[in-house]
Design a protein around this ligand. Structure first.
Ligand code: 8YV
Length: 332
């Protein structure tokens, strides 16, 4: 008699063909109605499961892992993994995986588009047009700031930051400055056309500041009132990283007061709720966490998460894109 197939939970609705593919390998419990599970419900549904397919909203910490000693891998369909307590994964010997690389270019495209939309006041002017307020041309109507030839500032310089730098440097003739804990090798800096500066210089020099750093306790509100005060009054701020990196209340107030020109936000503190003050200021472009959302990229992300589950639970191999750090002994 063959051994029973491992059981997995797909915690959110995903592409039906990915569910079918996973059914070829595993006993699958999935969530076609896309119900948002509480931590208690997620913990309970994981009972008896060897693997889980999660997305960025599913919090997996030491309690969830301790209550599920049979769990061997949690595959996140996201490159960011601030929803995982990685120290707890390491201590428990549970593989944690993410989906790097496959979303880099699409996410960089979106970050650049959001920055341009903020700089050129696209959302604000579209709302004006839809309200029927466009009666005549005017010399200063929705005049914004130039992107080409200006200074692009990037906070966080991983794969996505580098892809945005390339777009700015090679495509738009921008001067690109960045700040990151670790400086890139000189040849990488040259390839993406970016120069390392300290954070204060980044804030002071950027005409357009784009945030692409991971969310950790250390960088909670690393852009708040004091940092915004160091920016140019003509600057824009774009956040495609994570809510919580920016103090949204301070940003809304700065936008209202004209302390910076505009912002583009794809991520929010406490999303999908957002600070109501952001809805009342016109000079901010708001999108619902869709920077990686092209059909091809979302498919590739789902496929990579599925491939990680298949590697570990189907073939007994290491996952393709693990995020466990330090000494790690996987659970048997
Ligand atoms: C996801 C993201 O859409 O990959 C990430 O880190 O933020 C997005 O691409 C989101 O996290 C859902 O999993």
């Amino acid at each position: 008699m063959s051994a029973p197939r491992p059981a997995i939970l797909i915690a959110r609705a995903v592409f039906p063909e990915i569910v079918e593919q996973l059914r070829e390998h595993f006993e699958v419990e999935h969530n076609p109605d896309d119900v948002i599970y509480s931590k208690a419900e997620l913990t309970q549904r994981l009972q008896g499961k060897a693997g889980a397919f999660t997305t960025g909203g599913d919090r997996v910490d030491g309690e969830v892992l301790a209550a599920n000693p049979q769990l061997r891998i949690v595959a996140n369909m996201a490159v960011g993994y601030n929803n995982f307590d990685i120290a707890a994964f390491n201590a428990a010997g549970v593989w944690a995986t993410n989906t790097p690389d496959v979303l880099t270019e699409s996410t960089a495209d979106f970050g650049f588009a959001l920055m341009m939309a903020a700089a050129r006041r696209m959302a604000e002017s579209e709302h004006f047009l839809r309200r029927g307020e466009w009666k005549k041309w005017a010399y200063d109507m929705f005049a914004g700031g130039d992107v080409h030839g200006s200074t692009l500032g990037i906070l966080g310089m991983g794969r996505i930051g580098q892809a945005i730098a390339k777009r700015g440097h090679h495509g738009f003739g921008m001067k690109v400055v960045y700040h990151n804990r670790s400086r890139l090798p000189a040849e990488t800096e040259a390839a993406v056309g970016a120069t390392w500066v300290d954070k204060a210089t980044l804030l002071a020099q950027a005409d357009h500041l784009v945030l692409v750093l991971p969310y950790t306790p250390e960088n909670h509100h690393c852009i708040a009132a004091a940092e915004i005060a160091q920016m140019k009054p003509t600057a824009t701020l774009t956040n495609i990283a994570r809510g919580g990196i920016v103090d949204d209340a301070a940003l809304a107030e700065a936008l209202r007061a004209g302390r910076i020109a505009a912002a583009g936000l794809d991520v929010f503190e406490g999303e999908p709720a957002l600070n109501p003050a952001l809805l009342t200021v016109p000079n901010v472009v708001l999108t619902p966490h869709i920077a990686s959302a092209t059909v091809a990229t979302r498919r590739a992300m789902a496929q990579l998460a599925a491939d990680n589950l298949i590697a570990v639970l189907g073939r007994g191999a290491a996952p393709l894109t693990p995020i466990n750090a330090g000494p790690f002994t996987p659970r048997a």
